[in-house]
Every structure is written in C-alpha cells, then in structure tokens.
Design a protein around this ligand. Structure first.
Ligand code: NAD
Length: 264
C-alpha cells in the first residue's frame, strides 16, 4: 500500500483527490493538509462516514506523524514551491498538479531530488484526453505550423495562461521552432488583444464561471483550418491520472514532467 497525504484538501481538486485515493485499493489515505483547516474529519469532506483522519494546517507536522510515501499537491502557484521543498526534504515523493511552476523551480526540484535521493512528478494536466490533445497538436504542427491556442477555465483560476496551454506551446515549439504569425504591421488597439505570445504562438485565456478546464488548438492552412479541442467537463477527468502518478512516482529517482511520460 502506498501511503498518501493530500495537500490543498479543501480545494476543488483536493476534495476530488481525497475521494479517488480513498477509493483505490493500492493507495492508503493517511493525511490531509489545508491552510484553511478547521480540523474536519476527511470523511465529512467527501460525503462519507468519519474515517478518523482530520485535515491539518501544517504539512511538516503531518509528514512527521504519518510516514507518508507520497504527497499530492493541488494548492496554488504562490505556495506550491515551498510545499515541494518540505516534501522532498522529508524524502517523500511529490505528485504536483498545481500549475505555475517556472523552469527555475523545476531545476531546483531536480536538485532537491538528487540531494534527498527521491523522485518527483509534475503534470500541468492529469486528464488523458488533454495529454492526447497535446501529443496530436505536436504532430499536426509539423504540417500546419500556423497555430493559435484558446484556453478556457473557471474564473477562480489564479494563473494565466494555463499550464496546459504553456506545455502545448512548448511541445509545438520543439517541432516548428520560433515563427512569427499574423501581419508584421498588426497593431493592438487594446493591449493584449492578440493574447500572450510563446515563440510566436498566440495564447488566449478565457476566465468565466461555468467552465472547468478546456482548450482549443487551432491550426490554419491555405483555405482550411483544423481544430483540436479538449473539454474536462468535471474534475473526475483528472483522477485516473492522479492515481497512476501516485503509484508510479515512488519508482522515480528524478523529476518527471507530464503524464505522457509515465503512461505505458
Ligand atoms: P482551489 O482554490 O479550489 O483549492 C486550493 C486549496 O489549497 C484551497 O483549499 C486552499 O486553502 C489550499 N491551500 C492554499 N495554500 C495552501 C498551503 N500552503 N498548504 C495547504 N493548502 C493550501 O484550487 P483548485 O481548483 O483545486 O486548483 C488547485 C491547483 O490545481 C491550481 O493551481 C490549478 O490550476 C491546478 N489544477 C491542475 C490540474 C491538473 O490536471 N494538473 C487540474 C485542475 C486544476
């Protein structure tokens, strides 16, 4: 059994992860952390009877007391790096879904993995359909290199563009490089009208109530367009990926990014 702590337990993703871990026969839920904790039993968060484990505020205390193998972090971009430092220094394996980590953060995580002889896993998107959208986009980009991305999320999301949009743009850049798109003399009448720019790929971020996580990758060619779209219509879409990551991360000895790299 792999012992799992969930960090960000009161959150939209945290609650779904508590449920998924609790219901998987290879995983054992041993703790939950949230800075907003009021000490509730985990059972009350996921609509089942009490299970005798309370949500706590302090990650270090929980790690000291539970001898956890894995911490799943779905918190927020401002705190996630500090949580990862605590997790790795305790020689516990982090599975990180929180977005907003920089390349510099990833280098630090690799270094901490080495120093503490432990592995780590990060995925900007745990939904298999989103991973396929990224893979297919990279393939299509070889033939249709003019591309724009529209990502659409709920209006409580803190970072923009989304981690998935950035990862998609990175993967596309690997095959098509930097490429200027649009008219060279185009003028934005309102700043930001053309979205953000990653190596020439414009990324547009929509934030509205009602959305969960959605993305369109639009390819334009002579007389035609091709659109690849993925929709996470609820947070269950991410859970099979999170469960797989909890099981795989304990065999890693370095940082691995992206669900596609642990799926067989
Ligand atoms: P949310 O705001 O609903 O939940 C975040 C929770 O973290 C809150 O309960 C908050 O109190 C808690 N928290 C804040 N600081 C903390 C700390 N230092 N220690 C412990 N808990 C802390 O957010 P959400 O919608 O659940 O999303 C969480 C993160 O996951 C975001 O970065 C989001 O972009 C990302 N996300 C990733 C995926 C993926 O597949 N990788 C999918 C959905 C969301």
């Amino acid at each position: 059994m792999i012992k799992v702590v969930v960090c960000g337990a009161y959150g939209k993703m945290g609650r779904a992860v508590l449920n998924a871990v609790h219901n998987d026969s290879d995983l054992m839920l041993v703790g939950a952390v949230d800075v907003m904790s009021k000490g509730d039993d985990i059972g009350s968060l996921i609509g089942i009877d009490k299970i005798g484990i309370n949500v706590r505020k302090d990650l270090q205390e929980v790690l000291t007391e539970t001898s956890a193998d894995v911490v799943v972090d779905f918190t927020n971009p401002n705190v996630v790096m500090n949580n990862i430092r605590i997790i790795l220094k305790n020689r516990v394996y982090p599975v990180v879904g929180t977005t907003g980590l920089t390349d510099e953060n990833k280098k630090e995580i690799e270094q901490l993995c080495k120093e503490n002889n432990v592995g780590a896993f990060i995925a900007p998107n745990f939904a298999i359909g989103a991973v396929l959208m990224m893979k297919l986009s990279q393939e299509v980009a070889k033939y249709m290199p003019d591309i724009e991305i529209i990502e659409l999320h709920h209006d409580q999301k803190l970072d923009a563009p989304s981690g998935t949009a950035l990862r998609t743009a990175e993967l596309i850049s690997e095959v098509r490089g930097v490429r200027a798109q649009g008219h060279p003399d185009e003028v934005e009448k309102i700043k930001g009208a053309r979205g953000s720019d990653f190596n020439g790929i414009h990324i547009h971020s929509v934030r509205l109530p009602g959305y969960v996580a959605h993305q369109e990758v639009i390819f334009g060619g002579l007389g035609q367009t091709l659109t690849i779209r993925h929709d996470s219509i609820n947070r269950d879409s991410f859970m099979p990926g999170v469960v797989i990551a909890c099981k795989k991360v304990v065999s890693l000895d370095t940082l691995v990014c992206g669900l596609e790299n642990i799926l067989n």
